[in-house]
Ligand binder design. Structure first.
Ligand code: PEP
Length: 251
């Protein structure tokens, strides 16, 4: 059984106090949720205060990125073990905004993913095609390259600490969601690819999230698809009510 994951990516929004207020509100709204792993990803500076605020709740904490070295002369970077120290259990790696604006590549995603797993974090590894890649019918080639490069060299049991997020770039922050069928088609492709690369039992157990304009009114249709095991949510995670409605899609 794959436990669904609903993760909120707060991106570069909210001060420490705003983050704490949001998570406190969310904590109450999802108190009766069950059978779902709920994750929030605030900015780095809010992590440890949000960690204190979610103590004893069903909410897990993620960072939005990490570096692959444990320590050293790497100004501006944050190591996975420091994210653990701040209370994180998860980290988002390879989000399309990092690929687009900060030079993230499949190689750096791969290094970060391995380092995150080694530190005991669950890596939420993001892949997704641009509009141009979809329109030129290269979606599957792009996804195959990203998955193969990002997860290169992982062993079967590493996948206990890996969640894959399929986020078509054209659907992120645009209000354009992939249709249930479009999303399911790529998710099924990813699961088959994981089976080919890492074996059927890894493919059967790995959670594959959909991301791209997920809202309370489209989450149920997406979650009804065979290979969709959760959602990575941007905009709608910035309000407790809408994120809670998504996180409790199964109630
Ligand atoms: C995201 O940031 O990963 C995302 C999917 O954003 P949005 O839900 O706003 O499209």
């Amino acid at each position: 059984m794959r436990i669904p994951v609903i993760a909120g990516n707060w991106k570069l929004f909210k001060t420490i106090n705003e983050s704490v207020s949001l998570v406190k509100e969310l904590k109450q709204l999802v108190a009766n949720s069950h059978g779902v792993e709920i994750v929030v990803a605030p900015v780095f500076t809010a992590l440890s205060r949000v960690s204190e605020a979610i103590d004893g709740s069903v909410i897990h904490l993620a960072a939005q990125d990490c570096y692959w070295e444990e320590e050293g002369a790497f100004t501006g970077e944050v190591a996975p073990k420091l994210l653990r120290d701040a209370g994180c259990s998860h980290v988002i790696i390879g989000h399309s905004e990092r690929r687009q604006y900060f030079g993230e590549t499949d190689l750096t995603v791969n290094r970060k993913t391995k380092a995150a797993i080694a530190a005991g974090l669950t890596a939420i590894v993001c892949v997704g095609e641009t509009l141009q890649e979809r329109e030129s019918e290269n979606t599957f080639t792009v996804i195959e390259t990203q998955i193969t490069g990002s997860l290169f060299g992982l062993a079967g049991n590493d996948f206990n600490h890996v969640v894959i997020a399929y986020e078509p770039v054209w659907a992120i922050g645009t209000g354009k969601t992939a249709s249930d069928a479009q999303a399911q088609e790529v998710h099924a492709f990813i699961r088959q690819l994981v089976s080919r690369l890492f074996g059927q039992s890894v493919a059967d157990s790995v959670r594959i999230l959909y991301g791209g304009s997920v809202k309370p009114d489209n989450v149920k249709g997406l979650m009804a698809q065979t290979d969709i095991d959760g959602a990575l949510v941007g905009g709608a995670s910035l309000k407790a009510e809408s994120f809670a409605a998504i996180a409790t899609f199964n109630i």
